[in-house]
Design a protein around this ligand. Structure first.
Ligand code: BMA
Length: 342
């Protein structure tokens, strides 16, 4: 057994279920047997919740949820939970303000991520800036949400912040794209002194031509988990079929001091659509990770993923099992292992 450890907090009430019989012994992730954890029509005026992010907060849990309204337009809703499985949602979508406290709502908002750095919680999502672009806001109390004015140029999506500064800077992954159902996409890294101005963009990793499950595009998923092996990243990888895209969950381990360097990258997916709630829904065949809850003492990891653009699913693993699997099945290219600085 490897000695890899999570560097972070002890989350004693984290959601957990031992490996179910249904998951084969060799599979690195297993699904919660009560999935999906959020059903359709979870609150008035919202038809589906999926692609959402959660975090421990004041001995319980809080989350930012992609709520597809009944007019089809997505916005972000706040949810509260004692066990991170059963969620209660606030009736109104999150009201963002500018730094003067004036209303500053995006035209739409989807695929939120939620990351705490020092004493502040940051929300990142996809919004309109004359095309798909990255939205960002911060809060310290989940009552007021200050939106940061368009931090990136269009077109970009899948912004994922690292949970601590590296070399004194905020560091974020993103995936430059087009404004539609982008048929390409690599993961890049950018840094910022203040969350407002971003630069020093580096290439982290691209789609993998010879791993067919991720041969169209990839994008950051959950905030990277700090471990003694490096940053553990769950991301999404996409392939194209005659019936459209299929989204699977992949895993990689990035260098701890210079995370544009990929140390290990799993050539096999960690999880791919198999269950009814992943294969059937608004967009079939989508598993889209957006968050984890993890515990440094037990090494347990719970992965939250959107399923078929309709539901939220939960899958489990441990840091030992998943890093061993990624390392055992690792295949990195020169473009993965270089610093990504052309
Ligand atoms: C991507 C994003 C995700 C969505 C996925 C599958 O482009 O829009 O929100 O889950 O497509 O439809």
């Amino acid at each position: 057994m490897s000695e890899v450890k999570i560097i972070g907090s002890h989350v004693k009430n984290m959601p957990w279920q031992e490996r179910t019989d249904e998951a084969k012994k060799w599979q690195p992730l297993w699904r919660y047997d009560q999935n999906p954890i959020i059903e359709r029509n979870p609150l008035e005026g919202v038809a589906r919740i999926f692609n959402s992010a959660v975090i421990p907060y004041q001995d319980a849990f809080i989350g930012v949820f992609r709520g597809e309204q009944t007019d089809g337009v997505p916005f972000i809703y706040l949810g509260h939970s004692k066990d991170a499985i059963h969620w209660e949602f606030e009736r109104e979508k999150i009201q963002f303000t500018d730094e003067n406290g004036e209303p500053f709502m995006p035209v739409y908002a989807y695929d939120p991520r939620l990351v705490k750095v020092e004493d502040t919680y940051y929300i990142m999502w996809c919004q309109d800036c004359y095309g798909a672009s990255i939205g960002m806001a911060w809060t310290q109390d989940f009552k007021t949400f200050t939106r940061i004015e368009n931090p990136f140029l269009p077109f970009n999506r899948n912004a994922v912040l690292f949970p601590r500064k590296i070399g004194g800077k905020f560091v974020m992954l993103s995936r430059p794209s087009d404004s539609g159902h982008t048929p390409f996409g690599d993961i890049f890294l950018s840094e910022s002194p203040d969350m407002i101005y971003w630069g020093k963009h580096r290439h982290v990793m691209g789609k993998a031509g010879d791993c067919w499950w991720e041969n169209v595009k990839i994008g950051g998923g959950a905030a990277p988990i700090e471990t003694t092996e490096g940053w553990l990243l769950f991301y999404h990888g996409v392939t194209g079929t005659c019936n459209g895209f299929v989204y699977s969950i992949g895993g990689a381990i990035l260098d701890i001091d210079n995370p544009s360097i990929v140390k290990y990258r799993c050539r096999d997916f960690l999880l791919t659509p198999e269950k009814w709630y992943e294969e059937r829904g608004f967009v079939p065949n989508v598993t889209f990770p957006c968050a984890t809850i993890h515990d440094s003492v037990s090494g347990r990891i719970a992965i939250y993923y959107g399923a078929a653009d309709t539901y939220v699913g939960l899958a489990f693993t441990t840091v030992e099992e998943v890093t061993a699997y990624i390392k055992e099945h690792s295949q990195v290219t020169e473009s993965d292992t270089e610093p990504g600085l052309h």
